[in-house]
Design a protein around this ligand. Structure first.
Ligand code: HEC
Ligand code: HEC
Ligand code: HEC
Ligand code: HEC
Ligand code: HEC
Ligand code: HEC
Ligand code: HEC
Length: 361
């Protein structure tokens, strides 16, 4: 054998050995035999035919999944144990624990009063996660409502919270039940329909409904951000209100946390109406308009600071009583209350002082 053909035989033996090691059927030895990637998985799990025969729970909506931060992670990272013979091997693939990557959230949640009541996946579908800014307040409440009936919540909160339905509509549950630090006001576009003799029917406007009114080429944000400068001025809000009314559109304000926390509790200071209805808290200075995209997630556009306080012109449908309170007005209010109290006080004192005189008569 020549030197060069010897070298080829050597190479052949090496390559065969490496292939054998990589492809052998022992753990970790499946690299060449089969490397699953997300596309393989989606071939079956994102195909509508998997819905047949009660396979609804097997379906992963790929359009939604691709837009999540979890798409970067990829299916096989969270379902490591999927075998070459899947799904015929009868082995149920492993499912990653959320805490492997979200240890801080897990630690915070485990300590909360709610930890025994629901797990991460009761509130989150791992294939459709979104950051808090892309979720509407109503969407935030959806998991809560799976276990807490709205009627029950209204009934139990009515005992101390006036305008209960209005509050529950304007505040996601987590605004009062977690200790998030910063709150913002987020406006959603709603549609309303006048009904004779009844209150108007209101719903969140869909992407399609808004696109019908938007400049198609400019996208959905042009319904309100007319000059496309990436922010909404008080003037643009005012225009939206004026023209929107006629077209059956309205802005719904919600006070939402800027960053979601998971330290579930019943926050003591939420009994205190002034936590929200106080003069000029930072919370209502910062606001956004959130517009729905084609797959149901929201894009937020910042609103000119302080616009929410301009209730008269900027946001006539959203009025945080107390938020516009001025020191002078409070003082005048206090004087009126004090004067009101003075009447019975002075009257009572006079009666007491004159009691002997009156008895004598
Ligand atoms: C050839 C089609 C096919 C491919 C490819 C496929 N699956 Fe499956 N998968 C199925 C079917 C069918 C089932 C239901 C099996 C059963 O009920 O025993 C299933 C079950 C599962 C389950 C378990 C559901 C449960 O019962 O909890 C997970 C998780 C899963 N697949 C993930 C994956 C991942 C991740 C990939 C890619 C690495 C993948 N699958 C590739 C068809 C497929
Ligand atoms: C970030 C981690 C993560 C990623 C990425 C992920 N999954 Fe999952 N998946 C999970 C978890 C956790 C569960 C269990 C959910 C539960 O218990 O309700 C699950 C459940 C499933 C199920 C079964 C549904 C059920 O109700 O048990 C299927 C099928 C599945 N995943 C397929 C996929 C496919 C296909 C992909 C990629 C397109 C994927 N997963 C990506 C974490 C992930
Ligand atoms: C393999 C790692 C991994 C696992 C396991 C995992 N996640 Fe994530 N998750 C991420 C990454 C990376 C992000 C991107 C944002 C970040 O870094 O927090 C993310 C973001 C999120 C978000 C916010 C969405 C966003 O765009 O900011 C939610 C909600 C979430 N995960 C929930 C879960 C839940 C619930 C589970 C368990 C079912 C889970 N995750 C399991 C890696 C993971
Ligand atoms: C009782 C319901 C509930 C449970 C249980 C829960 N979450 Fe959340 N989580 C929410 C809500 C509501 C939000 C706000 C955004 C949204 O609705 O998606 C959120 C937001 C998040 C975010 C995004 C934070 C941000 O500011 O963008 C992450 C990450 C997250 N959750 C992870 C987890 C993990 C991990 C677990 C389990 C340890 C968990 N969650 C348990 C309700 C819950
Ligand atoms: C999987 C079911 C489930 C989900 C989802 C869920 N909860 Fe609960 N929650 C419970 C149960 C069970 C209890 C204990 C019984 C009760 O008070 O109703 C509870 C109790 C509570 C309590 C009272 C805690 C106490 O002990 O004082 C609050 C507040 C609460 N939940 C808020 C929420 C919020 C906010 C959400 C949504 C982000 C949510 N829950 C989602 C099941 C759930
Ligand atoms: C304005 C603030 C606020 C909002 C919004 C709010 N809660 Fe509460 N909630 C409270 C306070 C304060 C208590 C304590 C009341 C008590 O102990 O009587 C409470 C008590 C509870 C309890 C325990 C008492 C009971 O009803 O069994 C549950 C469960 C609960 N809330 C769930 C919810 C859910 C679900 C939502 C969203 C639909 C929500 N809350 C919205 C402030 C709020
Ligand atoms: C966590 C924040 C928060 C707390 C706590 C809170 N509110 Fe509110 N309140 C709001 C928001 C947000 C609105 C909705 C404004 C809108 O939609 O116009 C509102 C609306 C109202 C309205 C209706 C205003 C109108 O224009 O009709 C009244 C009245 C009210 N609150 C009284 C109270 C009282 C009384 C308390 C204490 C028992 C209280 N609120 C506690 C946030 C809060």
């Amino acid at each position: 054998m020549s030197n060069s053909s010897k070298r080829w035989v050597h190479r052949f033996i090496w390559v065969t050995a490496v292939v054998f090691v990589l492809a052998a059927p022992w753990p970790g030895g499946r690299l060449l035999a089969h490397a699953w990637d997300t596309e393989d998985c989606q071939g079956c799990h994102a195909d509508l035919s998997i819905l047949e025969d009660g396979g609804g729970y097997l379906y992963v909506d790929s359009a939604r999944y691709e837009r999540t931060a979890h798409a970067e992670v990829g299916c096989p990272s969270c379902h490591e144990s999927v075998n070459e013979d899947h799904p015929d091997d009868g082995v149920r693939p492993s499912r990653a624990k959320c805490g492997e990557c979200h240890d801080e959230v897990e630690a915070e949640y485990t300590e909360s009063i709610h930890a025994d009541n629901a797990t991460c996946t009761d509130c989150h579908n791992p294939h459709e996660v979104k950051p808090v800014g892309q979720v509407s307040g109503a969407q935030m409440n959806r998991p809560c409502m799976e276990c807490h009936e709205e009627d029950d919540v209204v009934a139990s909160h009515e005992a101390w919270l006036s305008q209960t339905t209005r509050h529950i509509r304007a505040l996601p549950c987590i605004t009062c039940h977690t200790g998030s630090k910063v709150y913002v006001v987020t406006f959603y576009v709603g549609t309303f329909e006048e009904r004779a003799g009844r209150s108007p029917r209101v719903a969140l406007a869909t992407h399609e409904e808004l696109m019908a009114k938007a400049e198609r080429s400019e996208g959905v944000t042009s319904v309100i951000d007319r000059d496309a400068d990436g922010r909404v001025s008080v003037e643009e809000l005012r225009l939206f209100y004026r023209e929107g009314r006629a077209e059956g559109l309205q802005l719904w304000g919600m006070m939402t946390p800027e960053v979601a926390t998971h330290n579930y509790a019943t926050m003591d200071n939420r009994w205190d109406c002034s936590f929200c209805h106080a003069s000029g808290p930072g919370v209502v200075q910062k606001s956004f308009v959130a517009l729905p995209g084609p797959t149901g997630d929201y894009t937020r556009i910042p609103v000119e600071p302080g616009a929410v306080l301009d209730a008269l012109y900027g946001t006539p449908d959203f009025y945080m009583i107390g938020a516009t309170r001025s020191k002078t007005m409070s003082l005048i209010g206090l004087l009126i209350v004090a004067a009101g109290l003075m009447v019975p006080l002075v009257h009572g004192t006079l009666r007491l002082l004159t009691i002997r005189k009156r008895r004598e008569h």
